[in-house]
Design a protein around this ligand. Structure first.
Ligand code: URP
Ligand code: ZN
Ligand code: ZN
Ligand code: ZN
Length: 467
């Protein structure tokens, strides 16, 4: 028996269009759009009607960078797949791509199996995986081919964190050469971790232990240098490159130059770099630890370059890098030594709203909002047009968004499993009202109506964004 839902009277916004249209959903998929009030739209009958008068009807968000339950610095990111995907749904995100981790000395397969086990049966929304490659060797290179074939088509490498996730230039080059052959996309954490570790040691020796020194030792120039080196290695290998969590204006410039040369080089930034700064890292009483992430928050002056990059398409994606650690008991591990503060910020619930605020503030257009938060991440990571748009055949992952609602972001009202909000007290205009995941209401007029286990693993094709 088929089930039909129709969404009437809303403004449908995709990366390419804004139209007053009704949307017909059948068996979890979009089957048709028709201009509101036309005979075609009026002729539809459905078991269920959602009235979106005065609201936006947008594709569910695709957050291509999350770390649920990530082991880091002797602890684990505080959101599980259950709590983290529920919070994502509250914030209008209907797909996450999380990072499975290969441990040094273990196979990619083992890491992927472990992450599948954590997520399986627990997610409120659909999910997929990238693979963190911590140990490039002949075996793991072969495994990369197999993973690409089965839908894990992107691999993160780290130029930072020596002794943990770090890869040297030779390992990076080999992985890039492999991805040039098998269609995989290398995602790079671009910071010169070897140089940073020297600066960390020197800072601590001078007694510079507060959170703000995390930002000072992880220099913008060392992000730019690593970004430049990653681009050149990718060029040598003939491989595409996606630079994650870009925060420094000098790194944006490296990516822009590569793109002007016609290279397949892409950049992602995150809301924390657009809305927060080293001012937050400098908050007293160890409060700055709440803002410790890598790449670090930068002085406010960098934000203009990030906004410009998003407008010129030198940056294509905004993901959250959601990696929450509670202040009590987790961030506190680094009292007296900033290098022991677990790295990462909560944000999976806040991204769609913060980017809508960017529309209100005039940084980006409404269609660009949907492009950087839904459509491009879906294309970049091989999920399009199943995810990231509203079109016949697409999954009915749809958000009814109230562009006029006012809200104040706060730990008191958010749903992420973390004891602070990085945006505490921030007023934003716009709020998620209803969220459908494959046609099922997971948020209904600001009530959670989903369930753990509704979300399914979603294998991906290779990058659909290459020049
Ligand atoms: O500080 C961060 N970003 N933590 C998560 C791990 C990473 O490097 O993305
Ligand atoms: Zn990273
Ligand atoms: Zn350019
Ligand atoms: Zn990350």
């Amino acid at each position: 028996m088929s089930s039909r839902t129709v969404i009437r009277n809303g403004l449908v916004i995709t990366a390419s269009d804004e139209i007053h249209a009704d949307v017909l959903i059948e068996d979890g998929r979009v089957v048709a759009l028709a201009a509101t009030g036309t005979p075609a739209a009026e002729s539809w009958t459905a078991e269920k009607t959602i009235d979106a008068t005065g609201k936006y009807v947008i594709p569910g968000g695709v957050d291509a960078h999350t770390h649920m339950e990530l082991p880091f610095g002797g602890t684990f990111a505080s959101d599980t797949f259950e709590t983290g995907t529920r919070a994502a749904a509250w914030g209008g995100t209907t797909t996450i791509v999380d990072f499975a981790v290969q441990s040094v000395g273990r196979s990619l397969r083992e890491g992927l199996d472990a992450w599948n086990a954590k997520a399986d049966g627990n997610c409120a929304i659909d999910y997929a995986f990238h693979m963190i490659v911590s140990d490039v060797n002949q075996e793991t290179l072969k495994e990369m081919d197999l993973l690409v074939q089965e839908g894990v088509t992107s691999f993160k490498q780290f130029m930072a964190y020596p002794g943990v996730f770090y890869s040297d230039d030779g390992q990076i080059l080999r992985a890039m050469q492999r991805s040039a052959e098998n269609g995989g996309l290398i995602m790079m954490h671009a910071e010169n971790g070897i140089a940073i570790d020297v600066l960390v040691e020197q800072a601590l020796a001078r007694g510079e232990t507060d959170p703000r020194f995390h930002g000072e030792v992880r220099k913008a120039l060392l992000e730019a240098e690593a970004t430049h080196r990653a681009i050149k290695l990718a060029q040598v290998a003939g491989a595409p490159l996606y630079v994650v969590h870009v925060s420094a204006q000098e790194a944006v410039a490296e990516i822009a130059r590569a793109r002007d040369e016609g290279l397949n080089v892409f950049g992602e930034t995150c809301p924390q770099y657009l809305f927060l700064s080293t001012d937050n890292l400098a908050e007293p009483d160890f409060e700055g630890s709440k803002y410790v992430c890598s790449t670090p928050l930068r002085p406010k002056e960098h934000q203009a370059a990030l906004w410009r990059g998003l407008r010129t398409n030198d940056l294509q994606v905004v993901s959250t890098d959601h990696c929450p650690f509670c202040f009590v008991g987790q961030k506190e591990l680094g009292r007296g030594d900033f290098s022991k503060i677990p790295n990462g910020l909560p944000g999976v619930e806040n991204r769609m709203d913060l980017l809508h605020q960017a529309v209100v503030d005039g940084h980006i257009s409404r269609r660009r909002w949907i492009e950087i938060a839904c459509a491009t991440p879906a294309r970049m990571f091989g999920l399009y047009p199943k995810k990231g748009t509203i079109a016949p055949g697409a999954d009915a992952d749809i958000v009814i968004y109230d562009p006029h609602a006012e809200q104040v972001m706060s730990v008191e009202t958010h749903h992420m499993n973390v004891d602070y909000s990085a945006y505490e007290g921030k007023r934003v205009t716009g709020q998620v009202e209803t969220v459908l995941s494959r046609g099922e209401p997971v948020i209904t007029e600001r009530e959670f109506t989903g369930r753990a286990g509704h979300g399914v693993y979603t294998p991906r094709s290779t990058c659909q964004y290459l020049l």
